[in-house]
Design a protein around this ligand. Structure first.
Ligand SMILES: Nc1ncnc2c1ncn2[C@@H]1O[C@H](COP(=O)(O)OP(=O)(O)OP(=O)(O)O)[C@@H](O)[C@H]1O
Length: 361
């Protein structure tokens, strides 16, 4: 019982492929997030699962049934859009009931029970007679969620449902959606361009870029073992530092011509890059002669600081997370090195790290 995409491709015009050969299996009851930069085809993929956009090549199966030619209403799924798609002239209650009424095979008593239950779940019972225009953005979002919940569909598809909300409400709604999905055991397929949303909610994440699936994995797998440079850079704030490196000897490399580190795998001969997360960078204030970088700016975040620095070679800029009491300021001359872990990428950007690299600071 799952949703299976097999070699799914999409071209809108004959020459432009928007999605190329997407294969994935989404388990029943899981929170599956599709993430990627703007225009990478996320919505298109969701709309193909929903049946709102045709499939150019490949097959989609839902619970064992090939659905390529099945109209949306027969796919037993529900969808929450960015715009919520609420009917402005219907009350909250009627908006939630709309799908059930349209199906015609649900009794009035059952409709009432389901709608009331769904409204209770999202804490909107008291506002059930209001019209959408009399609600805040977050409340409208909850109506859309209640509608999805009431429909009792097996699969719920959401396309950037939180993008219209302010930051605080987004965090709150994120928690509510997550709690609801867990409570109901919904299969939730969720599209976002926000890596934090993906990381915090997903059981599995599909990363899309350049029309292709870059990686499918749990948030931990994606963060710790990114398939390539793109995935490594997409997740993490500030992003991972990627720098060129050369081999010094079998287990020592020189990063960006600025500092050496030893790693516990056979070092590639040439032409590779190293990726170091900002919290693995180490900084030390030193005199100009010893320095290999200069501080550009410092951001104070409360518990920690982010130091942005320019390395001595290649105009490379790095970010480092340091303790909030570390005293760095713009124009300080510093010695940059790296602690603990590094990823290695070959010239095509593919992650070739065999084991975690260890630093010899
Ligand atoms: N109906 C259409 N006809 C032609 N091209 C389309 C159509 N819909 C989308 N596209 C193109 O397909 C590509 C993928 O669009 P899609 O909306 O799936 O991306 P997305 O990843 O959801 O982007 P965003 O995060 O900006 O919403 C884009 O280049 C877009 O211009």
């Amino acid at each position: 019982m799952s949703t299976i995409l097999t070699n799914v491709s999409k071209s809108y015009d004959s020459d432009k492929t928007v999605l190329n050969d997407v294969t994935a299996e989404i388990q029943t009851g899981e929170f599956f997030v599709i993430v990627g930069p703007s225009g990478c085809g996320k919505s298109t993929l969701l709309r193909m699962i929903a049946g709102l956009t045709s499939i150019s090549e490949g097959e989609i199966h839902i619970d064992g049934q090939m659905v390529n030619d099945l109209p949306p209403k027969d796919r037993n799924l529900t969808m929450v859009f960015q715009s919520y798609a609420l009917f402005p002239f219907l009350s909250v209650w009627d908006n939630v009931a709309f799908g059930l009424k349209a199906r015609k095979n649900t009794s009035q008593a059952e409709i009432e029970e389901r709608v009331n239950e769904a409204l209770k779940m999202v804490n909107l019972e008291e506002l059930k007679d209001r019209k959408p225009r009399e609600l805040s953005g977050g409340q409208r979002q909850r109506v859309a969620l209640a509608r999805a919940v009431a429909s009792d569909a097996k699969i719920c598809l959401m396309d950037e449902p939180l993008s219209n909300l302010d930051a605080q409400l987004r965090i709150k709604m994120r928690q509510e959606i997550y709690a609801l999905q867990r409570k109901l055991g919904l299969t939730l397929i969720y599209v976002t361009h926000d890596q934090v949303e993906a990381m915090t909610m997903a059981d599995h994440i599909m990363v899309l870029h350049n029309s292709q699936v870059q990686q499918i994995g749990t948030p931990t797998e994606i963060y710790k073992h990114p398939a390539n440079e793109f995935v490594a850079s997409f997740f993490g704030v500030p992003p991972i530092n990627i720098m060129p490196a050369v081999k010094i000897n079998d287990q020592t490399i020189k990063v960006n011509g600025d500092f050496e580190m030893s790693i516990d795998q056979q070092v590639p001969e040439s032409d590779f890059q190293v990726g170091i997360r900002p919290n693995e960078m180490m900084l030390e204030k030193v005199d100009e002669l010893t320095a290999n970088a200069t501080v550009k700016s410092v951001e104070f975040l409360g518990d920690e600081k982010i130091v942005y620095a320019k390395m001595a070679h290649n105009n490379v800029e790095i970010a480092a997370v340091v303790a909030s009491d570390a005293e760095f300021k713009a124009y300080d001359t510093i010695l940059v090195s790296a602690a603990d872990k590094a990823l290695l990428f070959n010239h095509e950007g593919v992650n070739i790290t065999q084991m975690e690299a260890v630093v010899n600071a």
